[in-house]
Design a protein around this ligand. Structure first.
Ligand code: NAG
Ligand code: NAG
Ligand code: NAG
Ligand code: NAG
Ligand code: NAG
Ligand code: NAG
Ligand code: NAG
Length: 787
């Protein structure tokens, strides 16, 4: 028998809550329905469930979100494909043994469809929201667990895999349970991308497009990591496990004890990538922990038919020339999957093909060729072209050492490579002749061009004359975006003819200068730049568009023939090496400041690698390139310059004696350079933060075995030895042991031989921040034992 007081209290409670319509419910039952602005809240107040309307949509959905965080983030949607139009007439209630959503006309829009049709007599079915984010249906209220539930939302995820949830495969039916992306950012309907457990029985996850094309596989689980996700080995937040019994096989994960308070989620994103995100309370934002596939353009048909994908560009998708988005509104919402359509019909598709000019081919260089080609035996380009031209359903061809490839119907997964990537091929795309704009009235056009050129030359001369006259008094040439294009003479004056040298780096010398507005700047005279003017300006404006508190701001540039200069904000405290290494003129840099500088520098590099539009690999991370402002806030400089110098980079880098100690082994082995090369250099620099001396200086370790500090330090760390013995003696032991441990451990991970074993800069930030723990690293073998 129930305690009558319990009912009494309940009655009082429901009367009280009746006054406030938006009051939070603790359960949903046949008597207690949810409607309008009411919400169901988990006992500890972590999750909340109720009606929501995404963006500008006019549809309402039942969704679940984190109650306490400032960015509304949905982790589950009940009726994703069956919205209701009015939250005040719709209601969520219990009917029989099921949780159902009824619309204004009491039609059943959605149901949990639990197997038992009616509750056993005498029991009360209720829905409870647990603090794990699991909505469970039980036939007696028991807040403690999800066991014995009639139904649970963890068995029916939407796009989010929460800790404690599962992604399973039914052993009897072999049916997978999907994690499906939203259709777009504002529509929770089932989207095109889905994550599932391989139904063929391997312990691998795979991602498919439209439940058919598979475009990413995790590789099998070995108990610690998936073979294609080696970075998971570095992860000490998540405890992934695989469970298999006679009914089901599934993956689940939890957060290790010390991180149990972190909010984390794995999402099948609308981008077609899975993303593990954790909430950073201090920054009030979601931080991307890892993502797969790593590149946006690896997502199958991300830009749809005739869309072209370009990595590191915004937006990623564009239509091929001669095509336009099929649905501009979808494209504007970031959903390009509908692809593009022809602006002008092909002549051979016209009913009366004798009208008009013959279709032609547009050569598009530097492409990753589309999927689903047919190869035809053909000896040369001309034959290849004529095969495609003479078959009306052929829409494109390409010719390479493997012969002739032709495409019919759609072009999917076309990718445009950047200019400095030479691995692409030329795609010849069939377009209507009118798309070429140069056909009809050729003669009239030639006349037009000639006249135009003459007029143009006249105007140009006039402008030149005008500029010549004006230039005498002018300071700067022009403003490009946020950058100022300076005149050489002006910077010569500003730096008193390059008299006050601040330093000398791999790319040239730096001079102090004062601009007209009396702001102090650092002017870098670049050497060895052999780039064409246009490309130089492109690179410089890329650098200029990067802004972060831990990166030095580029204010302008000068490009006058071979004279190329960059103008930066001046940093009064100079570069880090001056303060870090023993020097009569500088105070010892205390531990707190060192640690703060290390962390902030990592933030700057993480931004370069991950956050900004064009991912930038610095290629030359070292204390000389960390500048300090008046408050000793570090700012990374010289980023983006590696690309300016191009192929000569490694020569420049290795020709400098000090620099070579920061170079990752792949610079020498010739393996492609990734952002992990910066991680290596950063790790080498961290050892110097600890020792307060250059790694290049021979070192006398206590046990006489090592003369190269990082080797010794990596050995001490790997043994779990006393890291304080590594500490700069001039600090006299004034350092936080845990911070020293963290810094030396992360340094050892950063200098691992294999770049996939090194953390990302984003993970380094987490580790130094103390959010992420790592275990002991192995000793890297490529470290020299004798310097
Ligand atoms: C939503 O509607 C407002 C006003 O009509 C408009 O300014 C805004 O761009 C819309 N947002 C989206 C994402 O379409
Ligand atoms: C519940 O079952 C009905 C009828 O079999 C089906 O139409 C509906 O899609 C199911 N709903 C859910 C949420 O599975
Ligand atoms: C997805 O597949 C279904 C059939 O399986 C098909 O009808 C639909 O058009 C496909 N969607 C797209 C965007 O191609
Ligand atoms: C990791 O998860 C598994 C399965 O839930 C559990 O048995 C194991 O104790 C967990 N490990 C730790 C260190 O928490
Ligand atoms: C799946 O069930 C079958 C029997 O139905 C059983 O033989 C098999 O071992 C089960 N698979 C797993 C992985 O437990
Ligand atoms: C498998 O399902 C059966 C029937 O639903 C149940 O009795 C059994 O306990 C389940 N086994 C496991 C390991 O959950
Ligand atoms: C065009 O090519 C397709 C596929 O190879 C073929 O089936 C068709 O017969 C060809 N049409 C003509 C007119 O040659």
């Amino acid at each position: 028998m129930r305690n009558p007081w319990f009912f009494c209290l309940c009655l009082v409670f429901s009367l009280l809550s009746y006054n406030s319509l938006a009051a939070a419910l603790t359960t949903i039952s046949a008597e207690q329905t949810l409607t309008g602005d009411q919400t169901l809240v988990s006992q500890g107040g972590v999750f909340e469930l109720g009606f929501f309307k995404p963006g500008n949509s006019s549809n309402y959905y039942i969704g679940m979100w984190y109650k306490r965080i400032s960015i509304k983030t949905f982790v589950w949607v009940a009726n994703r494909d069956d919205p209701v139009s009015d939250k005040n007439t719709a209601m969520l209630t219990i009917l029989g043994a099921n949780l159902v959503l009824l619309d204004g006309s009491s039609n059943q829009v959605w149901s949990t469809n639990a197997s038992s049709p009616s509750p056993s007599s005498g029991s009360v079915v209720v829905a409870i929201l647990l603090d794990s984010g699991n909505l469970v249906l039980k036939d007696r209220p028991n807040y403690a667990s999800a066991s014995d539930s009639l139904w649970q939302s963890f068995d029916h995820p939407t796009d989010t895999f929460l800790p404690g949830g599962k992604i399973k495969l039914d052993n009897k039916t072999k049916k997978p349970q999907y994690l499906n992306s939203w259709k777009n950012m504002e529509d929770p309907a089932t989207g095109l991308f889905s994550l599932e457990l391989d139904s063929k029985g391997s312990t691998a996850f795979l991602i498919r497009w439209n439940k058919s094309q598979e475009y990413w596989v995790s590789g099998p689980w070995n108990g610690q990591t998936f073979s294609s996700v080696p970075e998971m080995r570095l992860n000490y937040i998540f405890n992934f496990s695989f469970v298999s019994n006679e009914n089901e096989s599934y993956f689940t994960y939890s957060l290790y004890n010390s991180y149990s308070s972190i909010l984390s989620r794995l999402v099948m994103d609308v981008s077609g990538q899975i993303k593990q995100l954790s909430w950073l309370e201090n920054a009030q934002q979601w931080n991307l922990f890892w993502t797969q596939p790593r590149q946006q353009c690896q997502v199958y048909a991300f830009c749809g038919a005739f869309g072209s994908c370009m990595e590191h560009s915004m937006p990623y998708c564009n239509c091929l020339k001669g095509f336009e988005p099929k649905s501009l509104s979808d494209w504007n919402m970031g959903d390009s999957s509908g692809g593009c359509q022809r602006k002008t019909k092909l002549q051979c598709h016209n009913l009366n093909p004798s009208n008009g000019d013959k279709d032609r081919f547009l050569a598009i260089p530097n492409m990753v060729l589309p999927k689903h080609a047919q190869s035809v035996g053909s000896g040369n380009v001309g034959e290849c072209e004529s095969i495609c031209l003479n078959n009306c359903s052929c829409i494109a061809y390409a010719f390479d050492s493997n012969g002739c490839s032709i495409w019919f119907d759609n072009l999917l997964n076309v990718q445009q490579l950047s200019l400095d990537d030479s691995s692409g091929q030329t795609l010849y795309l069939k377009l209507a002749a009118s798309e070429f704009h140069d056909d009809k009235n050729k003669i009239r056009m030639i006349i037009g061009v000639v006249v135009g050129v003459l007029v143009g030359i006249g105007i140009l001369l006039a402008i030149l004359l005008y500029v010549k006259i004006r230039q005498r008094n002018r300071t700067v040439e022009a403003v490009e975006g946020s950058l100022v294009a300076f005149r050489y003479g002006y910077l010569q004056n500003a730096t008193k003819n390059f008299s006050e040298k601040l330093g000398e780096g791999g790319f040239g010398s730096v001079f102090k200068g004062t601009l007209g507005d009396s702001s102090v700047v650092a002017v870098k005279k670049l050497e060895s730049i052999r780039q064409a003017e246009k490309q130089f300006r492109t690179e410089v404006s890329t650098i200029g568009s990067v802004e972060h508190v831990n990166l030095v701001r580029l204010r302008g540039f000068c490009s006058d023939g071979i004279k190329k200069l960059l103008v930066y904000d001046y940093m009064p405290n100079g570069s880090l090496d001056f303060h870090l290494f023993q020097n009569k003129n500088s105070k010892v840099l205390d531990w707190k400041t060192r640690y703060e500088i290390a962390l902030e520098t990592a933030r700057g590099l993480a931004y370069l690698h991950q956050k900004c539009r064009d991912c930038i690999i610095h290629c030359n991370v070292k204390p000389e390139n960390i500048l300090l402002d008046a408050d000793f806030c570090p700012k990374v400089t010289d980023f983006g310059l590696a690309k300016l110098v191009g192929r000569d980079l490694s020569r420049i880098l290795t020709s400098i004696r000090v620099t070579k100690y920061y170079l990752a082994p792949e610079w020498i082995s010739g393996v492609p350079i990734t952002a992990k090369a910066d991680v290596y250099s950063y790790g080498m620099m961290l050892f110097e933060f600890v020792s307060g001396r250059r790694n290049s200086e021979p070192f006398d370790s206590k046990d006489d075995q090592f003369t190269f500090f990082p080797t010794w330090a990596a050995n001490v760390v790997a043994r779990g030895g006393n890291v304080l013995s590594l500490l700069d003696p001039s600090l006299e032991g004034n350092a936080d042991t845990e911070e020293v441990t963290r810094m030396t451990t992360v340094a050892s991970w950063c200098v691992q031989d294999n770049d996939t074993h090194r953390p990302t800069m984003g993970q380094v930030v987490h580790i130094l921040d103390g959010i992420l723990d790592v275990n002991l690293p192995p000793i890297p073998t490529s470290l020299p034992s004798v310097s």
